[in-house]
Design a protein around this ligand. Structure first.
Ligand SMILES: Nc1ncnc2c1ncn2[C@@H]1O[C@H](COP(=O)(O)OP(=O)(O)OP(=O)(O)O)[C@@H](O)[C@H]1O
Ligand SMILES: O=P(O)(O)OC[C@H]1O[C@](O)(CO)[C@@H](O)[C@@H]1O
Ligand SMILES: [Mg+2]
Length: 546
C-alpha cells in the first residue's frame, strides 16, 4: 500500500487510486492533486484537486503561501494584475514599523557604530566619532529573498504555492544590520533586556552580544530585567546592571543570567514601569507568547507616544516560529537529544527484546523529534503532533513494534511531547502564561507497550527516557553560538535604526528583520508533505500508523 500510494498505478487504477488517496491523506501527501494533475492536465484544476480550493476564478486562498503565511484576503487569480497586487500587499505587510511613523520629524544622526575607531569608554562631549570612509552599513532598501524554491506544480513535495499555477512570485524581506543613520543618541539610551518563557540554549550568548554591541554604539545604561516580564511588575525584583565585564563569560553556561518566567504583569503595567525607569530600548528574548507581549508593548508605547524601540529575538528549542530557517537553541537541543536516543538505543539493543522510548519536547511542533531521529539514525518510529497515528489495531504502532521485535530483536521510538494527545485525558490545566499543560504521551506509550506485549505473551524489556529539561538547560553549541551572536548584534542595530515591533531572524542563511505579527500568527509546524518528513520516514522505515 505504501509503495503504491503515489505510484502511476495508483493514478490509473481507480480502486487503487482510492486506496492510494486514503493512504496519502494519512501521510499528508498531495497524491489526490497529482491524480487530478495527470487526468486533467496541469493548472487550476490540479491545484483545486490538490488543495480543495473553492470554485470559480476567485479563490479563497486558505493554503500557506510561499511566505509560509495563511493568506487573509481572497485573491482573484483571473485578474491579470493579481501578482503585483499580491507583491504590494506583501511589501506593506513586511514593512518595518519605525519611530518616524509616530514622529515624522525625528532627525537621525550619523551612526556611532563604526568598527574602525570606536572606543567603548569614549564620551561624546566633542561630538560623535565617525568614519565617512567606512562602508560596513546596510542600506535601508537592501532586501533578502524569503523563499528560494520555484515549485513548478502544487504537487511538488512541500510545495507552497500562491496561485493554481504555482507562479514564481518574489517576496522580499528587510535585510538586517547596522545603518548609517541612527535614531537614538547613545548617551540618552537606557536599554533593557528580558528573557521570557522556558529556557533555551543560547540565551546567555544573545544577552552577551546585545550588551557588547550596545557598548560599541556608546550606550552606558544597560540593565537586565530579572525573571521575564514578571521583573516589570514585582518591585522586589531589581534591575541588574549589565556591562561587557558582567557578561564576558556568561555564554559558557546554559540557562539565563537574568532568569525566566511565564505569566506576569499586564502590558500597561509593563509600560508604566518602563516609563518610570526611563527604558527606551527593550530587547525581548522569547517564543511566540513573549513576542505577542513584545508587540503589545510596542503598540502601547506608540499609543502613549513614547520614543521607544522594542526588538525581539526569537527563542525556542521547538523551532516553531514562522518564516525563519531555525531559531537559536534548536540545533543544540537536537544535538543534546542524541545522547538520550543513543542511550535508549544501547539499552534496547543490549536487552533481550529491548524497546527504548524517548520523549522529546515539542508542544505543537515535531521539529526536535524529527531532526533528532534523522540525526541519530537509531530511531525506528518517530511520532510527531502533525502526523496522526494509532497505537492499537492492525496498522498501529504496537503492531509494528511486535514486527520489529520479531525481525530485529529491538526497537527505539522517539515521540514529541505534543503527539498523540488524543489518546490521553485532558488535564484542563494551564501554565501561568495560559499554555495548555499537556498529558504525558511518553509514559502512556510505555504503559501501553508493556500491556500489549504482556497480553500477547511476548517478553519485552521497555526502557523509557525523558530528557526534557536536559536538552534545553545546556549551553549553546558552536553553530547556535554563532547564530546567537549575529541575532544579538542585529537586534541592537535594528533598535538604533529606529525600528520597533520587529524581530530578527535567519532566512535562507541571510539575516533579516520581520514585523513581529508576521512570525507569530500561528506556531510553525512540520509539513507532513515536506521533503524533510519524507526523509525521516525513509530513514526510520516506519509505515503509516493509521
Ligand atoms: N498574547 C500575549 N500577549 C501578551 N503577553 C503574552 C501573550 N502570550 C504570552 N505572553 C507573555 O509572554 C511571556 C512568555 O510566554 P510563554 O510562557 O507562552 O512563552 P513563550 O514566549 O511562548 O516561550 P516558550 O517557547 O518557552 O513557550 C509570559 O510572561 C506571558 O505572560
Ligand atoms: O515546563 P516548562 O518550563 O513550562 O516548559 C515546557 C515547554 O517549553 C517548551 O520547551 C517551549 O520552550 C515546550 O516544548 C514545552 O512544552
Ligand atoms: Mg510558547
Amino acid at each position: 500500500m505504501d509503495a503504491l500510494s503515489c505510484s502511476p498505478a495508483a493514478i490509473t487504477n481507480p480502486r487503487r487510486a482510492t486506496l492510494a488517496a486514503a493512504a496519502a491523506r494519512r501521510r499528508g501527501l498531495s497524491c489526490l492533486g497529482r491524480r487530478h494533475a495527470e487526468n486533467e492536465g496541469p493548472g487550476s484544476r490540479a491545484f483545486l484537486g490538490c488543495r480543495g480550493i473553492g470554485q470559480g476564478g476567485v479563490v479563497k486562498n486558505e493554503i500557506k503561501n510561499a511566505g509560509g503565511q495563511r493568506d487573509r484576503a481572497a485573491i482573484d487569480f483571473s485578474d491579470p494584475g493579481w501578482k503585483p497586487k499580491f507583491q504590494r500587499d506583501f511589501e506593506s505587510r513586511f514593512d518595518l514599523p519605525h519611530l518616524k511613523d509616530v514622529f515624522p520629524d525625528a532627525v537621525p544622526i550619523p551612526s556611532t557604530f563604526c568598527l574602525r575607531m570606536r572606543s567603548p569608554t569614549e564620551e561624546f562631549a566633542d561630538g560623535y566619532p565617525s568614519d565617512e570612509k567606512w562602508h560596513g552599513y546596510i542600506n535601508n532598501s537592501d532586501r533578502v529573498l524569503l523563499k528560494v524554491i520555484h515549485y513548478s506544480s502544487p504537487t511538488s513535495a512541500g510545495a507552497q504555492c500562491i496561485d493554481p499555477d504555482c507562479s514564481w512570485v518574489e517576496q522580499w524581506v528587510h535585510r538586517a544590520g547596522p545603518r548609517e543613520e541612527i535614531y537614538f543618541r547613545p548617551e540618552e539610551v537606557k536599554a533593557a533586556i528580558v528573557t521570557c518563557g522556558g529556557l533555551c540554549p543560547g540565551l546567555n550568548d544573545v544577552i552577551r552580544q546585545i550588551v557588547i554591541t550596545l557598548e560599541i554604539y556608546g550606550v552606558k545604561k544597560i540593565v537586565g530585567i530579572p525573571f521575564g516580564y514578571r521583573g516589570f511588575g514585582d518591585e522586589g525584583l531589581t534591575e541588574m546592571p549589565l556591562s561587557r565585564k558582567v557578561v564576558q563569560n556568561v555564554h559558557l553556561s546554559g540557562g539565563s543570567l537574568l532568569g525566566v518566567s511565564r505569566g506576569g504583569p499586564s502590558i500597561p503595567e509593563i509600560v508604566d514601569t518602563m516609563e518610570r525607569r526611563g527604558i527606551n530600548m527593550l530587547f525581548v528574548l522569547g517564543g511566540n507568547g513573549t513576542h505577542a507581549g513584545a508587540n503589545a508593548i510596542h503598540n502601547e508605547c506608540r499609543k502613549r507616544r513614547l520614543r521607544v524601540a522594542v526588538v525581539g529575538v526569537p527563542k525556542t528549542i521547538d523551532n516553531d516560529i514562522l518564516l525563519m530557517d531555525k531559531t537559536f537553541g534548536f540545533d543544540t537541543a537536537v544535538e543534546e537529544a542524541q545522547r538520550a536516543i543513543n542511550s535508549a538505543y544501547i539499552e534496547a539493543h543490549s536487552a533481550y527484546h529491548g524497546i527504548g522510548i524517548v520523549k522529546l519536547m515539542g508542544r505543537s511542533s515535531g521539529y526536535i523529534a524529527m531532526h533528532a531521529s534523522l540525526a541519530s539514525g537509531q530511531i525506528d518510529i518517530c511520532l510527531i503532533p502533525e502526523v496522526p497515528f494509532h497505537l492499537h489495531g492492525p496498522h498501529g504502532v504496537l503492531r509494528h513494534l511486535k514486527y520489529l521485535i520479531e525481525t530485529k530483536g529491538s526497537a527505539v521510538v522517539c515521540v514529541a511531547e505534543g503527539a498523540g494527545q488524543n489518546f490521553l485525558e485532558k488535564t484542563n490545566a494551564k501554565d501561568a502564561s495560559g499554555n495548555i499543560v499537556l498529558s504525558d504521551i511518553g509514559v502512556h506509550i510505555q504503559q501501553e507497550t508493556k500491556k500489549y506485549f504482556r497480553e500477547i505473551g511476548v517478553p519485552v524489556d521497555v526502557k523509557y527516557i525523558d530528557p526534557t529539561y536536559m536538552i534545553r538547560a545546556c549551553r549553546a553549541n558552536a553553530s547556535d553560538g554563532i547564530l546567537c551572536t549575529v541575532l544579538g548584534q542585529n537586534a541592537v542595530h535594528g533598535a538604533f535604526a529606529g525600528y520597533s515591533g520587529i524581530t530578527v531572524g535567519i532566512c535562507n542563511t541571510h539575516y533579516v528583520y520581520f514585523p513581529i505579527p508576521e512570525v507569530i500568527q500561528y506556531p510553525r509546524s512540520v509539513d507532513p508533505n515536506s521533503r524533510m518528513w519524507h526523509r525521516c520516514l525513509t530513514s526510520t522505515g516506519q509505515p503509516d500508523f493509521i
